[in-house]
Design a protein around this ligand. Structure first.
Ligand SMILES: [Zn+2]
Ligand SMILES: [Zn+2]
Length: 273
């Protein structure tokens, strides 16, 4: 079985700790064929430069790309290392998004929503002070808007806020009221030939399921979804590849026979048989 992990962060992301080289060595040790390093770039904060709380993306992303290129030379025989980017909230600042996409020649771009317009990152949100249903409605609306953005390959960690709601409030919200919004997102992805990510980071958190979970992955498949990508969202070398087997199981149970990797934004189907 060919294994991959195409959502990981090196220390060129403000919240991660390992070098690209350490990530590559971990990937090789765990028998991965494909690794993508997808460091953070939050569109609306690019213009803040060094004053940004996340550090300067103008500095970090070119450094990430340079480290990836160097590692591609060094480990090219053992590992297919893809040059990636996790683009946060591209629709919040289309101009800066264009700027971010011009940092380099990426193989693979993930699109994410970590915070809603005018609100804190879900990581910092106090769910006791907000109407959770209203927040989720806004979240799925913003994701639909993001899904229609042309310049990405896979939509990352759908249901991301649930990770924090479960962690802090101890319950998993009923998604039934948002079913139509989720179907709308899937229809846009399918029409635009974009992938849906199965992010396995949740398996190691109190939510204890993939983002999105098997039920939604199956819905995507049943609606005609063709491309799914697999990522750990590792923020250190120790987590590279961890839980990918479970992600493959989730994809198979949903009826997928292949997962997808992207090279120069071209989808490549990898058999899970
Ligand atoms: Zn993310
Ligand atoms: Zn990430």
């Amino acid at each position: 079985m060919i294994l991959c992990d195409i959502h990981t962060h090196s220390h060129h992301s403000f919240d991660a700790e390992s070098s690209v080289e350490e990530m590559c060595r971990a990937a090789i040790e765990r028998g991965l064929t494909y690794l993508a390093v997808t460091d953070h770039c939050e569109a609306e904060y690019i213009c803040c430069g060094e004053d940004c709380e996340f550090g300067s993306f103008d500095r970090q992303i070119p450094q990430s790309i340079a480290a990836i290129r160097e590692a591609q030379q060094k480990y090219g025989e053992q590992l297919k290392l893809l040059c990636g980017l996790e683009l946060g909230e591209p629709m919040h600042d289309p101009e800066q998004t264009k700027h971010a996409l011009a940092y380099g020649d990426f193989d693979f771009v993930l699109a994410s929503v970590h915070n809603l317009r005018g609100r804190d990152d879900f990581y910092y949100m106090d769910f006791k002070q907000v109407d959770v249903d209203e927040i989720l409605r806004e979240y799925f609306d913003e994701l639909a808007e993001t899904a229609a953005f042309p310049h990405f390959d896979s939509l990352s960690h759908l249901t991301y806020p649930l990770r924090y709601i479960v962690e802090r409030e101890g319950y998993y919200p009923d998604l039934q009221p948002f079913e139509e919004q989720i179907e709308r997102i899937f229809n846009i992805l399918i029409k635009n030939k974009k992938a849906l990510e199965i992010n396995v980071s949740g398996l190691f958190k109190p939510i204890n399921r993939t983002l999105p979970d098997g039920y939604l992955v199956k819905k995507f498949r049943d609606m005609g979804g063709k491309y799914i990508t697999l990522g750990t969202d590792a923020h250190c070398a120790g987590m590279v590849g961890k839980g990918i087997g479970e992600g493959i199981k989730t994809a198979r149970q949903a009826g997928f026979t292949h997962y997808t990797v992207f090279e120069k934004h071209q989808p490549k189907l990898i058999s899970m048989e």
